[in-house]
Design a binder for this molecule. Structure first.
Ligand code: UDX
Length: 452
């Protein structure tokens, strides 16, 4: 199947949400399936559209989502997801029907693989008589935490008083209440309603997950009990996909030149991903925390990090003069290359699932500062289960930042963390190599799609 002639490829449709953390693994999935002999149609919103010129093997299908008719506040992901699910169904059905009418029988579409956030795709699959599979961009552990929300509400455990947030969650012994994704993306009811949709398999025949069996074996077993459909943990996809850029923002590659001048494992890389919104005061505290440590740092400050603020005003006055050449600030970095650079010794991260997988597979120890949703679960696993990161208190304080950086970048504790991070990196490589579990799971997925 791998060497399939272009004219003989059965086609798979991938429907992605418009978030960087979803587009990247779904484009990787598209490129992996292409390399396995499938034709791939990549359906995406017009808003945050990927650049087709960077993905020459995929066929792009834009879905007009008409966001201009709606008022969505910055960071209101739930409102955005609800609108996409209302507005994208017709464009997908129409666009796909047209393409299907043009395809030769040997290239016919065999299934739709939809982002867990784009659940409207299932009814399109049903109408077009196609199989549907769900792609989960996050971990099995976080899926279990989301799944538990409704039960915890019914049993009266949540909402919860601040003083009881460190209690262990009944049924999820590795998590505290502060780690579960509750009302930080809207109200608790909003989070439960979203969960009802993203955790419902409806008529889908399988779930594909960008995770690795050895990272969360027990959670994967529990997940399969809850969702008795075929399950394919095939991650981390960025390690198996042919390299291509899926970045929505232009990465500033000058930081790689700066990294070349730094000593091995001396730099802390700082990024809170593509969506997190910060207070100006938090940025100032980050800045002075970084300044007071003695380590070189590469810091990503997105231009929309603080809504309604000019980028130039986000960096405190006198900061660059204080840190001089020791600091490099960019609006967007080539993150995977940065993490793979030998000057980088630590990653202060918001613990988005992609950043988590990228850091583990580069063997880079972390400082965990989750902002919302699954990031809190990931942070807990990184710091207390896999023990490759240090947890940073959510309320940023420059003295605590300095201390955490010293603990991670110098000293015995940091050294022990680094040994574990190297071990995990090795296991990640094994998983995606022949004989590894993700490798086997991907072969099973290919066979499963061919059985349609
Ligand atoms: C969101 C949610 O925050 C996250 O919890 C969920 O798991 C996926 O969707 P995001 O904030 O985008 O994710 O974080 P993450 O999942 O880590 O993805 C960010 C991606 O952007 C990574 O692939 C990272 O390599 C890339 N990135 C980030 C860059 O290329 N350059 C940067 O400067 C910052």
């Amino acid at each position: 199947m791998e060497n399939q002639e272009p004219s003989k490829r059965p086609t798979v449709v991938i429907v992605s949400g418009p978030f960087q953390g979803h587009l990247s693994p779904m484009l990787d999935l598209g490129n992996v399936l292409y390399s396995k002999g499938f034709g791939v149609i990549f359906a995406h919103t017009v808003f945050n559209a990927p650049d087709p010129s960077k993905q020459p093997d995929l066929i792009f299908l834009p879905m007009q989502e008409n966001l201009a008719d709606h008022q969505i506040l910055p960071g209101d992901i739930i409102a955005l997801v609800n609108i996409l699910n209302k507005n994208c169904e017709e464009p997908l059905k129409k666009g796909l029907s047209e393409i299907m009418n043009r395809l030769e029988p040997e290239n016919q579409v065999v299934c739709i693989i939809c982002d867990m956030f784009m659940y409207f795709s299932e009814s399109v699959a049903r109408d077009l008589k196609l199989q549907c599979m769900i792609f989960r961009t996050s971990s099995a552990s976080s899926a279990l935490a989301y799944h538990a929300l409704s039960r915890l509400q019914t049993e009266g455990y949540i909402p919860r008083k601040d003083s009881a947030l460190d209690d262990v969650v009944p049924g999820l012994p590795l998590l505290r209440f502060r780690d579960i994704p509750t009302a930080d993306m809207g109200t608790l009811q909003d989070a439960i309603d979203l969960t009802d949709n993203i955790c419902n398999t409806r008529t889908s025949s399988a779930i594909i997950c960008n995770t690795v069996d050895y990272l969360e074996p027990d959670e994967i077993v529990q997940f399969q009990h809850i969702y008795p459909v075929h399950y394919f943990p095939i991650g981390p996809l960025h390690m198996i996909a042919p390299t291509s850029s899926s970045s929505l923002l232009e990465a500033d590659t000058n930081c790689l030149i700066w990294l070349d001048k730094q000593a091995p494992r001396s730099v802390i890389y700082v990024s809170v991903g593509s969506l997190a919104i910060l207070e100006k005061e938090e940025l100032a505290e980050m800045a002075w925390g970084l300044a007071s440590s003695n380590h070189p740092f590469l810091w990503v400050v997105r231009s929309d990090a603080v809504p309604e603020s000019e980028w130039a005003d986000l960096i405190p006055e006198g900061f660059m003069e204080t840190v001089g050449e020791r600091g490099c600030i960019v609006k967007w970095a080539p993150q995977k290359e940065v993490l793979g650079h030998n000057a980088v010794g630590g990653f202060w991260s918001h613990c988005g699932w992609n950043s988590t997988l990228e850091s583990i597979s580069a063997g880079v120890p972390m400082i965990c500062w989750p902002c919302f949703s699954d990031q809190k679960v990931n942070s807990r696993y990184l710091s207390h289960v896999w023990k490759v990161g240090l947890e940073l208190d959510h309320k940023l304080e420059r003295g605590v930042i300095k201390e955490s950086m010293q603990r991670l970048m110098a000293g015995k504790e940091g050294e022990e963390i680094r040994v574990r991070a190297n071990d995990m990196q090795h296991k990640m490589k094994m998983s995606v190599s022949e004989g590894g579990l993700s490798y086997a799971s991907l072969s099973d997925l290919v066979d499963f799609i061919l059985s349609f």
